[in-house]
Design a protein around this ligand. Structure first.
Ligand code: 5GP
Length: 262
């Protein structure tokens, strides 16, 4: 499918038009950002791994009836996705307290929550994605009551499925961020899962050692981000063949050569 003009560039992805007005191409960049863009870096190969991991999770979710924007992966860095109108809310799901909630509420790091906790943040980088309540969402028409109810049901199913999927490969799903979009079909809006699900958007800890296998390796300067993301992909059975692994390594090497030659 031919790539058209750039429609939108975010921190980790670029969206391109295609000849079909209902479909766009999602390109996974190697850029890593944290703390509202204050910390930035390029981590060679990250986009390739996130593309594969997100494809794996979204196709599995499709199979259990969670409608999402993924049509198919095109190549190492790109996917064809359905064009949706993104709901301007980041839906945060927490199973264990860590990260911002521990600082905000003084909850001890690592506290296992009695039930999954859903938090809403307004998707606005300039404001630092502030925490908002359901009342804010309704007051400012960011989503309707029925959309929120639909999303909440979807979130709990997604969380149950992902906890099991990761637990099966020795990984604890600590928390994650989801985004949803409105898909226009037959004149009606249907809410579907959008964006990506990857170690960039989840906190994933090894079951035995609690080793962090996610973007906290970048946020907290722990290093070895690519080996950690590769470990997640291998455990999920995505990178089982040596050839797949070498492709990621080759991309990583190729990009560093290109960078040196710049
Ligand atoms: P926290 O609120 O503790 O910083 O993040 C909670 C969870 O949501 C973590 O898994 C984190 O990766 C994810 N998350 C929250 N906001 C963002 C964001 O703006 N970008 C990404 N990639 N993940 C986010």
């Amino acid at each position: 499918m031919k790539k058209g003009k750039k429609l939108y560039e975010g921190k980790a992805k670029i969206i391109y038009a295609t000849a079909d007005k209902n479909l766009v191409i999602q390109y996974f960049k190697d850029d890593a950002t944290a703390f509202n863009n204050q910390k930035k870096s390029v981590i060679e190969g990250k986009g390739v791994l996130n593309n594969r991991i997100s494809e794996h999770i979204l196709s599995n979710l499709s199979q259990i009836g969670i409608k999402n924007h993924l049509v198919k992966r095109l190549n190492m860095r790109e996917q064809i996705i359905k064009l949706v109108e993104i709901i301007p809310i980041e839906f945060i799901v927490r199973n264990v307290a860590t990260g911002s909630i521990t600082k905000r509420l003084g909850i001890e790091d690592g506290t296992v929550l009695k039930a999954p906790l859903i938090e809403y943040c307004l998707k606005d980088d300039k404001l630092g994605d502030p925490l908002i309540s359901e009342e804010h969402i309704l007051a400012f028409d960011w989503a309707t009551k029925s959309e929120i109810e639909t999303v909440k049901k979807m979130i709990l199913r997604i969380n149950d499925f992902m906890i099991g999927m990761f637990r099966g490969v020795g990984i604890k799903l600590i928390d994650f961020k989801l985004e949803f979009g409105r898909l226009k079909s037959n004149g009606k809006n249907e809410v579907i899962l959008a964006d990506e699900i990857s170690p960039d958007t989840c906190r994933l800890w090894d079951v035995i050692t609690d080793k962090k296998l996610d973007k906290d390796r970048f946020r907290k300067d722990l290093g070895d981000l690519i080996p950690a993301y590769t470990e997640v992909a291998k455990r999920l059975g995505i990178l089982h063949e040596q050839s797949n692994l070498s492709s990621v390594n080759n991309i990583t090497k190729l990009s560093s050569v290109k960078k040196k030659n710049k």
